[in-house]
Design a binder for this molecule. Structure first.
Ligand code: FO1
Length: 321
């Protein structure tokens, strides 16, 4: 890895977070942007190692993302899935033909003895991503969604069951044996990170697994650099995915303040700035009472310009320190 100074470290899950990662990538020289990505959604399917949030980042930042689906590759074909259906095989998790090459290549590289972080960096480079994409950990961590009817693996809950089961909690299997990404820890130790951005990703299944890799959140809390979090809840709803439904089922207020409370309770002293949408401006006072600095702006990212504008807003907050 090239030595870099004055780096921005973004923490992100999949689709929602990758929008801000793209805005950051448009706003910064690539060597200064490091994205630490959740890998607790990863799983093995048909013997292949699937890493959805990593791939969403690589496809988004290389201009390959399938905008209609929100995951996978653009201009996809589905011949393998159609053939699998004829065989009576499982097709609830849809692997497109082009996307399949990524999973085959990754699985082969891992089987040849290369490490997951190295393989991820190589994949990103081969597909033309210039900034740094880091898995949260070299070691496998797997989210189990604890539901009223019983436990489900993350992809069973999210894709097969379409997030329908009622959620009681989450377990991150393997997390106590996981170590935070070595390259990111080394940047933190060298004092190269001058801003940390927590993208508007699901707090429970995207950001919590990253922060709970032992040692990471305390290293971020003790950093002189500001930690800036963008709320994934806007006007009482999640922009994307099941975050609002999960908050309701966990009996948390489905508001930006509920998100702020989640982070300030679990990770006291971590978040400096809480970026919230204009439509939630009235909650700023309650958020400041939690000890966070509320920063209000338009956070819904539809166009490329929206992403760039939010990225500039977030980066300028860091600069005022
Ligand atoms: N999401 C779906 O809703 N249905 C799918 O069939 C599906 C397949 C899939 C294949 C590869 C991949 O990298 C992601 C895929 N996703 C699919 C998205 C993924 O399950 C979720 O978006 C993330 O895990 C949540 O961040």
């Amino acid at each position: 890895m090239t030595e870099s100074r004055d780096c921005v470290l973004a923490l992100s899950g999949g689709v929602g977070g990758a929008k801000l990662s793209l805005g950051l990538a448009d706003s910064l020289p690539p060597e200064r942007l490091h994205v630490l990505v959740n890998t607790a959604d990863d799983f093995e399917h048909y013997g292949l190692r699937i890493s959805p949030d990593i791939d969403t980042h690589i496809y988004t930042l290389s201009g390959r993302a399938n905008q209609e689906l929100g995951w996978g590759v653009a201009n996809e074909t589905w011949n393998t899935m159609a053939a699998m259906e004829e065989l009576g095989g499982e097709t609830w998790f849809r692997l497109g033909d082009r996307d399949m090459a990524t999973h085959l290549w990754r699985t082969q590289q891992l089987a040849s003895g290369r490490g997951f972080c190295e393989v991820t960096a190589d994949l990103a480079r081969r597909l033309g991503v210039a900034c740094h994409i880091h898995p949260m950990s070299e070691e496998p961590v797997r989210t189990t969604v604890q539901c009223r009817e019983g436990d489900l693996s993350f992809q069973e809950y999210f894709v097969r069951e379409q997030c329908r089961p009622e959620v009681n909690g989450f377990r991150f299997d393997g997390i106590s044996a996981a170590r935070p990404n070595r390259q990111v820890m080394s940047l933190l130790k060298q004092g190269s990170v001058t801003r940390v951005v927590v993208c508007p990703s699901n707090p429970f299944v995207s950001v919590d697994p990253i922060l709970q890799v032992p040692g990471l959140w305390l290293a971020l809390r003790d950093l002189a650099a500001p930690v800036i979090l963008v709320s994934p809840i806007v006007a009482g709803a999640a922009i994307k995915g099941p975050a609002a439904k999960m908050m309701m089922e966990l009996e948390l207020p489905v508001t930006a303040e509920g998100v702020a409370r989640h982070y300030s309770t679990r990770y006291p002293g971590l978040i400096d700035y809480f970026v919230m949408d204009e439509s939630d401006a009235k909650l700023a006072g309650e958020i400041e009472e939690l000890g966070l600095t509320a920063a209000v702006t338009a956070t819904v990212m539809k166009s490329r310009e929206d992403k760039q504008r939010l990225a500039s807003f977030v980066l300028q907050l860091g600069e005022t320190e």
